[in-house]
Design a protein around this ligand. Structure first.
Ligand SMILES: [Zn+2]
Length: 122
């Protein structure tokens, strides 16, 4: 195994767990379906040359983002209010000059709010 960024092979394991659910955001129609979910392993390693941390046990073959996958949080009125407060904070602090990076944007709800509510303000 080599670092996926710099190809160095001097890696150190920092965390390991086996047989955990591959997805945390899937909705299943039956209890039986939910009890027979795909599991996988996590082995986090750190590259001792560049510091990159990654799951060396990652298996893209088990990743299936199908119709059962649901990670949208924006159905929650509480979460919607929180996002609105963030946009108000950006406006108050005049963050227009900054770059905003959202990591793990899901279906892009917050980005859409920014586009409509923030960048089109008078
Ligand atoms: Zn590296």
């Amino acid at each position: 195994m080599k670092c996926r960024l710099c190809q160095n092979d001097n890696l150190s394991t920092i965390y390991k767990v086996t047989d955990i659910p591959v997805f945390q955001n899937k909705v299943y129609a039956t209890v039986s379906e939910a009890q027979n979910i795909m599991t996988g392993n996590v082995k986090l390693v750190v590259c001792l040359k560049c510091g990159f941390i990654f799951n060396s046990a990652f298996d893209k073959k088990v990743m299936s983002y199908d119709a059962q996958y649901q990670n949208e949080q924006a159905h929650s009125p509480y979460f919607q209010r929180y996002l609105g407060e963030l946009i108000e904070l950006f406006a108050e602090k005049r963050f227009q000059e900054l770059k905003i990076i959202e990591i793990g944007c899901g279906k892009g709800y917050f980005l859409e709010m920014l586009r409509v509510d923030f960048f089109h303000r008078p």
